[in-house]
Ligand binder design. Structure first.
Ligand code: NAD
Length: 378
């Protein structure tokens, strides 16, 4: 079968679903591969590098979709792109079925199969190698610290120089999931003093192992909801958490917020008043901007200055490190393809006996197969 990799069409998206190194590995699995001209340009992969890896280069999206049995994408396809898919083709990429009902209807009407990488059952340990949410959140957490450092007017590390003593920057991370932990490690490596908080107390050890200090909320409440994710906390907890965050806002130079609750708007953790008490020149990077933001003053997609504090609300942090995020994403899709093609003969089998494959199949030959039943845990 032929795997097609179109150019991403979402505004500002720099990632590409397959890098040349992965093209070679897909060919070894028995597939042929085509990319749309320019698909990898923004991720430093030019057409010639794909040709050298053995891919064909198609001159347009229509030509590419017209020849592809399987389409690898990053962002959910537009309705125009769905109309270009061949009936019977398989789409692999982010779909977000709960947020995109029109897209789901279009995929069914087009009689295709859609594998949503965002629906992978992450709790299965053998799914980790395919977990693109984790790989992209890791890149985003790293990039959030780089954006903070860029907007901040001082060093992260403390220094004693002939020109004077510089104190280390203090960084507070709200939410210590995949992105938050990546941010903790990156900020600690740059030499900052790092503190973090999460409603799930079980992450405290991970925070410490990456060089951070876990700051507890003075209120006893279990923070884990289903599947290792967070839940909405009680009013009492939220009040105690606000008091602690208000104190951190007065003390630290940089706040990076990553807090999300599945299916709910992002919790508002940093109020306008807290921003007003931060030191001038401080920075907030709100990684929850796309889901409504953890800070009241965040403007999604923009960096703004409020009360002398730069508030970064970029929603494309992984795309801002396009080569890295594309390489990791491609490897996630390669591992998925290996699971789909155990016979290594360039043919895929969407096997519903396999919990990982079942979980991410949201449409099969035009039939709605989402949401999948919960996987059986070993
Ligand atoms: P996420 O992006 O949904 O949320 C980010 C973090 O914000 C979470 O740690 C959450 O607890 C925290 N949070 C939510 N509300 C908060 C609040 N009010 N105050 C402070 N913090 C708050 O989470 P994620 O990064 O996708 O990871 C969620 C879980 O999934 C983690 O336990 C992670 O280890 C787990 N996970 C497991 C696997 C696996 O088992 N293979 C793979 C990936 C992730």
């Amino acid at each position: 079968l032929l795997i097609g990799v179109p150019r991403e069409t979402a505004a500002g998206e720099k990632r590409v679903a397959t890098v040349p190194d992965v093209v070679e590995k897909l060919i070894k699995l028995g597939f042929s591969v085509a990319v749309e001209t320019g698909a990898g340009d923004a991720a430093n992969c030019d057409d010639d590098s794909y040709r050298a890896a053995g891919a064909k280069v198609a001159g347009s999206a229509a030509e590419l979709f017209g020849m592809a049995d399987i389409v690898f994408k990053v962002r959910p396809p537009t309705l125009d792109e769905v109309a270009l898919l061949r009936p019977g083709a398989t789409l692999i990429g982010f779909v977000w079925p709960a947020q995109n009902p029109e897209l789901m209807a279009a995929l069914q009407a087009r009689q295709v199969t859609a594998l949503a990488i965002d629906c992978l059952p992450r709790q299965l340990s053998r799914a980790q190698k395919m977990d693109a949410l984790t790989s992209q959140a890791g890149v985003s957490g790293y990039r959030a610290v780089i954006e903070a450092a860029n907007a901040f007017g001082r060093f992260f590390n403390g220094q004693i120089t002939a020109a004077g003593k510089v104190p280390p920057a203090k960084v507070f991370i709200a939410g210590a999931g995949v992105a938050g932990l990546a941010a903790i490690g990156t900020a600690a490596n740059l030499g900052a003093i790092v503190r973090a908080n999460d409603t799930r107390a079980e992450v405290a050890d991970q925070v410490v192992s990456l060089g951070g200090e876990f700051v507890k909320v003075d209120y006893e409440e279990e923070g884990s909801g289903g599947g290792g994710y967070a839940k909405v906390m009680s009013e009492g907890f939220q009040a105690a958490q606000r008091a602690m965050y208000a104190q951190q806002a007065r003390e630290v130079d940089i706040i990076i917020t990553t807090a999300l609750i599945p299916g709910k708007p992002a919790p508002k953790l940093i109020t306008a008043e807290m921003v007003a008490t931060m030191k001038p020149g401080s920075v907030i990077v709100d990684m929850a901007a796309e889901q409504g933001g953890n800070c009241e003053l965040t403007v999604p997609g923009q960096a703004v200055v409020r009360h002398g504090v730069t508030i970064v609300g970029y929603t494309d942090l992984a795309s801002r490190l396009a080569k890295q995020s594309s390489t990791l994403y491609s490897t996630n899709l390669l591992r998925l393809t290996e699971e789909l093609c155990k016979t290594k003969d360039g043919v895929i089998n969407v096997n519903f006996e396999d919990d990982a494959i079942r979980g991410l199949t949201v449409v099969k030959n035009g039939e709605l197969t989402w949401p999948a039943p919960a996987p059986k845990l070993p």
